[in-house]
Design a protein around this ligand. Sequence first.
Ligand code: HEM
Length: 378
Amino acid sequence: MNWERRVQLAAHPVLYPLVRGAGRIGPVVRIPGVGVLVSDAALAKEVLTDPHRFTKTGPGSSADLWTPVVGPTVLLNMEGDVHTTLRRKLSGLFTTRSVAELCARVAEEPMKRLRDDLAAGRPVDLVTVVRHLVGAVICELVGLDPTEAVRAHAAGAAITSMVRLGRPTLTPEQVRRSRAALARLTRPAATAYAAGDPATVPGRMRELGLTEQEALGAVAAFVLTGTETLVSYVPRLVALLHDAGWLDRVAADRSRVDDVVAEALRVTVPSPVMLRSVTTGTSVGKVRVRAGDRVVIATISAAKGRHPFDPDRPHSPAVRQVWFGAGAHFCLGMPLANAEIRAVLNAVLDSAPLSIVDRKAARRVLLPGYERLVLRRA
Ligand code: HEM
């Protein structure tokens, strides 16, 4: 069995075969207790770009999961004009230029250490390296001290580990534990809000007239969206390149970096599902849905199809970027994710030839990934 499949099965031993199996039955399949599963990329984009029929705020949607933990105004649980307005106001923090500067500043020292360790022949666990980096980047973005990096990542992981697809809401005890995990981060973020520095999310939100509670909710949302996805993806990208014999090839020809990054996103799909709630009687493909039905976009099937990792095969327009969503909620952090991915990948490629000397898939986690992936100079 290839390692990608092992990683998926270690995370979701029952759900992964169920979701992939449903995709083989048809592009849209109703699964009792889960929802209406959409496995086709064009239909997925149709749902994602029609907020009038499919919303993120109704029953069974992301809002049901996150609002009790992070409050009502954190983009991923908003729709309509209020969502567009807040998103536009925050977008300045995520321009290609500002994230490139932010990432270069934060990544310089840890990436130098990664290169030095690999050059000296020391084994390096890439999962630990990525955890630290993404935690530090989010800390910088939301105005937390970099020493909070590990805690920032741990808070995100603690919360996402409680989410189960078959359970549309968190239990009251899980909400309490999630809030406690986040409070350790949001308390320092309150200082950034008070300081009002517009280079940080809380400061920018204060400038925009948002309340402290709303600004702290955004901090929580960025911790949730911006850490685990990359810890899931970056080690799997490097493992795929290694296993498919592409690591040395890209190291020698950096013009292929964009192709391998996109193809590894298609194969891994770090955010494997997206949730929507139906607002009115309608259909998805040939399946009728009612108001209140839960639509589960199986991005993992929509993107992955049956094709193995092959950076030489172009992506169809329907599939392109679907791993970052579509429509009004398209990943706001994509430029930041791209900058972080390239920071680590370049450091790894600079250190080639490399071997994976030890690895273990993480068990029972929301976003599939490696628990450890140890590299050493070959
Ligand atoms: C490889 C890494 C990443 C992947 C695959 C990814 C994927 C996604 C997807 C699929 C969505 C849309 C969800 C939906 O429509 O239901 C999304 C939204 C979002 N992402 Fe990312 N993401 C990544 C990294 C990041 C990073 C680093 C950040 C930085 C903070 C971030 C911030 C956000 C935010 C704030 C939203 C909500 C946008 C809105 O609702 O308007 N993401 N992401």
